[in-house]
Ligand binder design. Structure first.
Ligand code: SAH
Length: 503
């Protein structure tokens, strides 16, 4: 029984530029075969245990011959699997997708083509250069820049091409610019024609070089611009001065290390990336079941209807509490008798996902402040449950007990060291490739230091951003100066401070 092959365009670089259909194909894949232009983050859309085969090729370094790749795709499909062949940009734009489809046809294998956003259009777009424009360009062409100039005969009709089309976009042309621009000029395109190179378009590392046809080859060497890049020729290049929108974002070009647990990092990453940053997720910690194996939480759940107040202190606490509650075949109705407090607006928002509107939402993170907000609700004899992290400060339960409450603390999770690629992170720090590190709790500070073998000096030239005063204090205790401290102790508050930071 033959499987199915999807030849999927992965988009130009930013993994979010894959199509909805492309994502759906990944979601049902058994095997993903991918080359070097495809972003690893796309793989997160695929089920966890898929077979992943890298057949990437870079100029001059062919990982696998094209015939072998085509055969591999066919063979995997013959095993009855759902194969996603992921290709940078669009599979049919210089992607050899056509050749792969031919082989599949010859082997009698079903396939579908899922077009993608091609770099030929998207890389210029992310540089603020539209390939057409009513006043400036009514036609565009996409051309290979890879033709071997020594082979004598060219398949490109330079004579007609050079002046017939308003906007020319060359792919794979960086190493061949003297030949390309020479031909264009020889066949009548003015050497003064505006031109641009866009390297790693749509990605945080995007580089744009504005030049002219006459100067391009020289400028590329001067600026040491490397592949992959598109080379754009035409008056549309001038529009960048008005339309530039991506590589002038406030955090563009900044490399930010995110130390949050992977389970929670995505929102911070997403927000910083929206502002143009390049985020490197190096979760120093991961969320794990508590060491007491839920003993304290289970006994609290067993008498859940007795509590007058339940105080949730973190989004993780909320998630883990309800996960366990559901495992016991109970749902939110078990809490109907209790009043609910959420510390911080994020915790309150998380509770809302479970259908609960918190009765009190203290937004200060110090126990004294929280106690102050709750002082009218807690009277002698009030029964309080605090589902929270295993390692947390005792000030809150102690304060409540002083107010006469009976307090149970239930451990819902603990944070453990994550299996992050330590060598890679240390390497980035040693080479000055990280501009900023974010700390979203005291344990992220402690754990990052552990991750880098306590070599705090590696962080000397890195800006440190802390989510609030307690985290900042931990930084200071560990000898790290804090450059940024959020005023509002939430992810949004932190992002806002980072955005406005100049230094
Ligand atoms: N099928 C792909 C093109 C493959 S050929 C597509 O539709 O985009 C590979 C060439 O594409 C590279 O040499 C480079 O010229 C271009 N390219 C691919 N991704 C790019 C990116 N993010 N930025 C700039 N150029 C890119």
């Amino acid at each position: 029984m033959n499987g199915m092959v999807y030849l999927v365009g992965a988009g130009p670089g930013d993994y979010r530029l894959i199509t909805l259909k492309g994502k759906q194909c990944l979601e049902k894949a058994d095997v993903v075969i991918c080359d070097y232009l495809a972003d690893k983050r796309l793989l997160a859309f695929a089920p966890e245990n898929i077979e992943y085969i890298y057949v990437g090729k870079k100029a001059g370094n062919h990982a696998m011959r094209q015939e072998d790749i085509s055969q591999l795709i066919a063979d995997k499909a013959k095993e009855g699997k759902c194969v996603v062949r992921l290709k940078g940009g669009d599979p049919f734009v210089f992607g050899r997708g056509g050749e792969e489809a031919e082989v599949l046809k010859q082997n009698g294998i079903n396939f579908e083509i899922v077009p993608g956003v091609t770099s030929a259009i998207a890389a210029p777009a992310y540089a603020g250069i539209p390939v057409t424009n009513r006043k400036v360009a009514v036609s565009f062409a996409v051309i290979t820049g890879h033709e071997d100039p020594t082979k004598g005969k060219s398949d490109i009709n330079w004579e007609k091409l050079s002046t017939a089309v308003d906007t020319l976009v060359f792919l794979m042309g960086v190493g061949n610019l003297p030949h390309i621009t020479g031909q264009l000029i020889k066949y009548g395109r003015s050497a003064d024609t505006p031109a641009a190179l866009v390297r790693w378009g749509t990605k945080a590392e995007q580089e744009v070089l504005i030049t002219t046809v006459g100067k391009a080859a020289e400028d590329v060497i001067k600026h040491n611009l490397k592949p992959p890049a598109v080379f754009i020729v035409g008056n549309v290049v001038n529009l960048r001065s008005t339309i530039q929108w991506f590589d002038n974002k406030p955090l563009f070009g900044k490399n930010i290390l995110i130390t949050r647990a992977r389970e929670q990092a995505s929102r911070l990453t997403e927000k910083l990336e929206e502002l143009g940053a390049n985020c490197i997720e190096a979760p120093a910690i991961k969320i794990a079941p508590p060491d007491d194996d839920f003993t304290s939480l289970d006994s609290a759940i067993a008498k859940i209807r007795e509590y007058d107040w339940i105080i949730f202190t973190s989004t993780n606490g909320v998630e883990r509490f309800f996960a366990r509650l559901n495992e016991k075949n109970l749902d939110v109705r078990a809490l109907s008798r209790a009043k609910i407090a959420a510390i911080g607006t994020s915790t309150a928002a998380k509770l809302k996902n479970y259908g609960i509107i918190a009765d009190k939402v203290p937004t200060m993170f110090k126990a004294e402040g929280i106690l102050d907000v709750l002082k009218e609700d807690i009277t002698p004899g009030t029964k309080v449950l605090i589902p929270r992290a295993q390692k947390a400060r005792e000030a809150l339960p102690q304060g409540l007990r002083r107010m006469g409450a009976t307090v149970d603390v239930a451990e819902t999770y603990c944070t453990k060291m994550a299996d992050t690629n330590k060598a890679q992170i240390k390497n980035l720090l040693q080479n000055g490739r990280i501009d900023m590190v974010t700390f979203t709790s005291s344990s992220t500070v402690e754990n990052l230091l552990k991750l880098i073998d306590n070599e705090a000096a590696l962080l000397n030239n890195v800006k440190k951003a802390a989510i609030g005063p307690i985290t900042a204090q931990t930084c200071k205790q560990k000898g790290l100066d804090v450059d940024i401290e959020a005023d509002i102790y939430t992810i949004d508050g932190l992002v806002d401070k980072i955005k406005n930071f100049r230094g």
